[in-house]
Write a protein that binds this ligand. Structure first.
Ligand SMILES: [Zn+2]
Length: 344
């Protein structure tokens, strides 16, 4: 089917994409953060760079109305690697550690600056900003959120698997308190592919303490086995807390690939509540993680997974009301689509 036919009839908003600042930044994501490339796994070069130009070209071709950028910096990886370079002398080491932390926090802030400015320049883009609750002290952390929200950011993105903490870490309590009191959404990444990673279960403690916190779970939990583990933990939180919702990034292609039947997916989405679910692609990470040898023509880039997800959204046996909710209406309700001030 032609996805443009679908997006022409229903407003589709992508709640979760990633945009890299340049081709060099895209290679850093691919080779360094995702550990892919010539000597690792996956194709020599990334199948998509996910620059602003490519994100807008994806939007143009699919007909998706709006793209929300989840800006984040792999600051935990930078810090762990930077520790290897610190001097032996204890006094020098303390000083160098402070400099290393400051340098990485500056990188986080610079990336966030770039994201809010990019969103100001393109009416079709908005952003959530990245944080590092380990390297940022409380004042810096809350100051960064305050500054970027004031400048148009729509929410905050967490990347706890990279920072090495769990959602029940008490260093996060001031952040949760701040976000809850100001109604600012927090995108929560959970993972089940390795033990000791942040799971919806760990968020339960945070929600017990901050029950009105607006938490948006990426990949609606992402259990290793569909409907169980992290998937089931997420359903539980969505049922218990009125401000918990999730995006379907990475999950719709599972239907296209035959791992989950359309009927099973619809039953699961209804268990969560179709008013709590946001369409999302995770472009271009979704493409990098599932490189398709026939995915991009020469000089082009891959958007196979993104198109596949939209085709599934268009054809799942949902009611048309449910489909329109997931496609775009829920995003309007949960995050809003008002364009930030600035040139369009
Ligand atoms: Zn993502």
């Amino acid at each position: 089917m032609d996805v443009r036919e679908f997006t022409g009839s229903v407003e589709v908003i992508d709640a979760h994409i990633h945009v890299q600042r340049s081709a060099a930044h895209a290679l850093e994501l691919y080779n360094y953060f995702l550990m892919r490339g010539p000597v690792m796994s996956g194709p020599h070069m990334p199948v998509a760079l996910g620059t602003v130009e490519q994100a807008l070209a994806m939007r143009e071709r699919t007909g998706v109305r709006h793209l929300n950028i989840m800006m984040f910096t792999w600051s935990g990886t930078y810090y762990r690697d930077g520790l290897f370079t610190l001097p032996d002398d204890p006094t020098d080491r303390v000083q160098a550690d402070g400099e290393l932390r400051a340098r990485i926090v500056r990188r986080v802030r610079d990336n966030n600056d770039w994201a809010v400015e990019t969103a100001r320049q393109h009416a079709a883009l908005s952003c959530f900003i990245g944080i590092d609750p380990v390297l940022m002290d409380e004042t810096t952390l809350l100051g960064e959120v305050e500054d970027k929200i004031r400048r148009g950011a729509k929410g905050v993105k967490s990347m706890f698997p990279d920072t090495g903490i769990l959602a029940n870490d008490r260093r996060l309590w001031p952040l949760y308190d701040y976000l809850q009191s100001r109604d600012i959404p927090l995108q929560m990444v959970c993972a089940e592919w390795a033990p000791n990673l942040n799971r919806p279960l760990h968020c339960a403690e945070a929600l017990a303490a901050f029950p009105k916190l607006r938490m948006i779970f990426s990949h609606i939990g992402h259990g290793r086995e569909f409907g169980t583990g992290a998937d089931a933990e997420f359903v539980e939180l969505a049922r218990r807390y009125a401000n918990v919702c999730g995006d379907v990034s990475l999950r719709l292609p599972e239907v296209a690939d035959g791992h989950v039947s359309p009927r099973e997916m619809v039953a699961h989405l209804r268990k969560i509540g179709t008013d709590r679910i946001l369409y999302a692609s995770n472009f271009c990470l979704n493409e990098l993680l599932h490189a398709d040898p026939n995915g991009g023509a020469a000089g082009d880039f891959q958007m196979t997974q993104t198109v596949k997800g939209l085709e599934v959204l268009a054809t799942l046996p949902l009611t048309e009301e449910e489909r329109a909710d997931i496609a775009g209406r829920n995003y309007r309700r949960w995050v809003g689509l008002d364009a930030p001030a600035g040139p369009q």
